[in-house]
Ligand binder design. Structure first.
Ligand code: AN7
Length: 415
């Protein structure tokens, strides 16, 4: 007999019609209505003392995999939660109010983004299932992470990328970790469509690592667990949104802590989108409950250059249920936030990662936050992912024709 893959009591639930199913690692759509599925994990008997070790697998008692299954892991998670007093001071001077600001620095994960939290779970499942081929569409970070984890698991990986639109570091990582790469002329949404169709046509032989695979989001929900364990439940969590998987995973994490009786409140979730790729933020601002898909999304934050977010029902629910909101930010606001994190706090964010600060600053200027509120900004990816965006920032930068001239320049800088 094969050993069980999942913990006892784990189920799949359709987020549209509520139908419940036995946990099938290859079921990605509700057979009844076609809706997205979410994993239901039993929370009875889970206590703070049931968490052991470090990183994502510390929270194993709330993860769906059976205890006997050995994880494919790079020691992901356990990322720093950094108080940002310099930005607090800036906000206090600009607005007269000083919320407490923390950055959850997901750039500190093994491949430099939050994706690693999900990939440790799905690559473990794929290895247990001995799948023939793993596929993922990506704006870059899913690719980097999936390539690394499948390499470690001994699985074959093929990435479908929008040609010419993936940041340099991410493309380099994908090559480094030995994945096959298909570069498609089109957007991320075209790449995603290709992966979904191929998964369907292969009848389960191709296993998808994109976030419509609900098992991946189980790893990502540990962001909530780490924040709550370190500082309790904040008033607001600000999350960059592309496909909408991460914001819904974090919301799910806080709900599970609440259901387990480990915390007594939930945060408001704020989703940030780039103005040129804002199907959810635009819809929210107009009071619609369906996204306004964008055919040709464009933003410097290539990680979230996504016009048709597959997880939109989950993302919309996270924001509405929590009493939060969506907000959109311009590319200039994103670059300013990236510079502020880098030059005032020493935190290196890629543009999409800095968009959480950009969204926060925009709302802070509108008086959205109160004195004493605690706000956690999720900085989703590392600056080194996207060297070109760093080189666009301005700084005092001079050329010296000789070392003597460099000496004169150095000494002149004392004044
Ligand atoms: C740095 O890699 O979609 O809302 O294909 O890389 O869960 O999609 C990346 C997404 C935010 C958005 N910040 O998260 C991909 C991809 C960074 C990201 C997001 C992404 P979701």
């Amino acid at each position: 007999m094969q050993r069980p893959l999942f913990r006892k009591g784990v189920m799949l639930r359709c987020v549209s019609c509520g139908a419940l199913y036995e946990p099938d690692p290859k079921l990605f759509r509700c057979p009844r209505c076609g809706g997205l599925l979410e994993v239901v994990v039993p929370t009875e008997g889970v206590s703070w003392s049931s968490f052991r070790g470090r990183g994502v697998w510390r929270y194993r008692s709330l993860l769906p995999l059976a205890d006997e299954v050995k994880p494919v892991s790079l020691r992901e998670g356990d990322t720093p939660l950094i108080r940002c007093e310099n930005i607090e001071e800036y906000v206090r001077r600009r607005t007269g109010r000083a919320p407490r600001i923390y950055v959850k620095f997901e750039g500190a994960n093994p491949t430099g983004s939050f994706k690693d939290r999900g990939m440790t779970v799905v690559s473990t499942i794929a290895r247990e299932l001995r799948v023939r081929l793993v596929a993922a569409a990506s704006t870059g970070n899913t690719a980097s992470s999936a390539a690394a984890y499948t390499a470690r698991a001994g699985l074959r990986m093929v990435l479908v990328l929008p040609r010419g639109k993936v940041a340099l570091g991410k493309l380099g990582q994908s090559i480094l970790h030995g994945a096959s790469i298909i570069e498609v002329d089109g957007s991320f949404d075209d790449a995603m469509k290709a992966v979904m169709e191929a998964v369907e046509a292969s009848r389960g032989a191709i296993y998808p690592f994109n976030s419509f695979n609900p098992w991946r989001l189980e790893g990502q929900k540990t962001i909530a667990f780490e924040v709550a364990e370190e500082i309790g439940v904040p008033d607001y969590v600000v999350v960059p949104v592309g496909n909408g998987g991460n914001i819904s995973a974090i919301w799910k994490g806080f709900n599970e802590l609440y259901d387990a009786g480990l915390v007594g409140k939930k945060p408001r979730m704020i989703g940030v989108q780039a103005a040129g790729a804002a199907p959810l933020a635009e819809a929210f601002e107009r009071g619609l409950d369906k996204p306004l898909f964008v055919e040709h999304p464009e933003t410097i934050a290539t990680a979230i250059r996504i016009g048709k977010p597959v997880n939109w029902p989950k993302a919309m629910r996270a924001v509405r249920e929590s009493g939060g909101r969506f907000v959109k930010v311009s590319d200039d606001e994103i670059l300013d936030a990236m510079k502020m994190l880098g030059a005032r706090e020493g935190i290196g964010a890629e543009p999409a990662g800095a968009s959480s600060l950009a969204g926060f600053l925009k709302l802070a200027e509108e008086g959205y936050f109160d004195e004493g509120d605690t706000v956690v900004l999720i900085v989703t990816g590392h600056a080194l992912k996207d060297p070109d965006s760093m080189l666009r920032l301005s700084v005092d930068r001079r050329e010296a024709r000789s070392s003597e001239e460099a000496v004169r320049m150095l000494l002149s800088m004392l004044h």
